[in-house]
Ligand binder design. Structure first.
Ligand code: S3P
Length: 449
């Protein structure tokens, strides 16, 4: 008999409850796991394919809800994008500057990357009008971080609360280049400005306070844009009026999705997993460094480079974790993994401090408040800090009724926490996982048995 019973119940309103019952003390996780394609790279491959000339072929695209939102928006802007699948997606681009004016509002769904990156492109398309919106979560997330610099470039954008919240209306303009000093290390902000600069005469520069993920820079270069990078100052300059040409993109597995299995196998005694084909771009591997500080047993195997991105298989064996402090420049390199790192900290010896991570409050949910509340319902000792959390390890967890707050990373983090909790946990609104990891529950079941 399986040591854990995992059931997914679909409610009348299509919401799902994930129920995880630890039926014996000797659960352990074994096997090889393939994680879905990287979300950030999937969005960028669809977007750059759409504005390039000729055909782009994408292998390994993430089939989550977020890339579907991107594909639908860029179809409405005129790109031909074949049905999404992991084997091969073909994008027939329309060439830079050639968006058609969509007949309806562009819907970015739950996806901050879709709306913020797309805004840079829309604002720089003169003579066309666009309207963009998203779901309830996205409509409450700050857009001023991209609207302000775009306005400095001459963009015309209107929205609720002083043009800070979606829905937004955009009257495309010929923009002027700027040097933008971003107050936050955000790849969405950086990429938005670079994409606006792509369609703007002259040189546009973004400087950020710490290095955020650099997938846009890598892929823009591969598609033929002229880009220079100054690593000393974390600055990127793009030359406008570029021509992009369709490329073959191979999307590596998402390290943010791999993180759930790395931590699951670390905290569940007697486990050993190999997570295959994981993107290990240095701007994303903060999670591996944090887990190393915590004493995790993770080995990188079969390191290689695939279509301009470093990739490896990650072998993880369970180990007794110890607490650490996670703060400073590492934060943007592991920002999406902090909810699951909080779960690791619950099972670590000592008190873990996470700070300089106020950005977590404006993600798909307020990930500081939500993780603290949900883990505390399970018996953890998590104290909220204005910009992070303090987590007292070694409390153990007991099953409880918890809620994802419709945030994919919260849903999956709570599922991993439940694997190591005594008794039964019910995670409400667990369907949120499909935003970035449609087969999450199937993989969970397969490695527990
Ligand atoms: C992303 C950047 C990050 C990250 C998000 C994806 C991207 O957001 O949290 O999940 O693809 O550019 P910020 O740029 O807001 O930090």
């Amino acid at each position: 008999m399986s040591a854990a019973v995992i059931t997914l119940e679909t409610q009348a309103n299509a919401s799902q409850n994930l129920i995880i019952q630890r039926s014996s003390a000797d659960v352990s996780l074994h096997g090889r796991v393939q994680v879905p394609g990287d979300k950030s790279i999937s969005h960028r491959a669809l977007m750059l394919g759409a504005i390039a000339e000729g055909e782009t072929e994408i292998q390994g695209l993430l089939l989550g809800e977020d890339p579907r939102s991107t594909a639908n928006c860029f179809r409405a802007l005129g790109a031909e994008i074949s049905e999404l699948n992991t084997e091969l997606v073909k994008v027939r681009g329309i060439g830079l500057g050639n968006f058609q004016e969509p007949v309806d509002i562009l819907d970015a769904g739950n996806s901050g990357t879709t709306i913020r990156l797309m805004l840079g492109l829309l604002a720089s398309h003169p003579g066309r009008f666009f309207a963009v919106t998203g779901d309830g979560s996205l409509r409450s997330r700050p857009m001023s971080r991209v609207v302000n610099p775009l306005q400095q470039m001459g963009a015309q954008i209107w929205g609720r609360k002083g043009n800070t919240l979606a829905p937004l209306a955009i009257q495309g303009q010929a923009l002027k280049p700027i040097h933008y000093h971003s107050p936050i290390a955000s790849a969405q902000v950086k990429s938005c400005i670079l994409l606006a600069g792509l369609n703007t005469e002259g040189q546009t520069t973004v400087t950020e306070p710490a290095l955020s993920r650099d997938h846009s820079e890598r892929m823009l270069k591969a598609f033929g844009a002229e880009l220079s990078i100054d690593p000393e100052t974390n600055s990127v300059t793009i030359t406008g009026n570029a021509k992009l040409y369709g490329q073959k993109v191979v999307v590596p597995g998402d390290i943010s999705s791999a993180a759930f299995w790395l931590i699951a196998a670390s905290i569940v005694p007697g486990s050993e997993l190999v997570v295959e084909n994981v993107g290990v771009n240095p701007t994303r591997t903060g999670i591996l460094e944090a887990l190393e500080m915590m004493g995790a047993d993770i080995q990188m195997e079969n390191q290689r480079e695939v279509a301009g991105e470093p990739v490896a298989d990650l072998r993880v064996r369970s180990s007794q974790l110890k607490s650490c402090t996670i703060a400073g420049d590492i934060i943007p390199r592991l920002i999406d993994e902090i909810p699951i790192l909080a779960v690791a900290a619950v099972f670590a010896e000592g008190t873990t401090i996470i700070k300089d991570a106020a950005e977590l409050r404006v993600k798909e949910s307020d990930r500081i408040t939500v993780m603290a509340q949900q883990l505390n319902k399970m018996g953890a000792k998590v104290t909220e800090l204005p910009d992070g959390m303090e987590i007292t390890g070694g409390t153990g967890l007991v099953g409880a009724e918890v809620d994802s707050h419709t945030d994919h990373r919260i849903a999956m983090s709570l599922a991993i926490a439940s694997l190591n909790a005594i008794g039964t946990t019910t995670i409400y609104r667990a369907e949120a996982a499909a935003i970035s990891y449609p087969n999450f529950t199937d993989t969970l079941v397969s490695i527990c048995q």
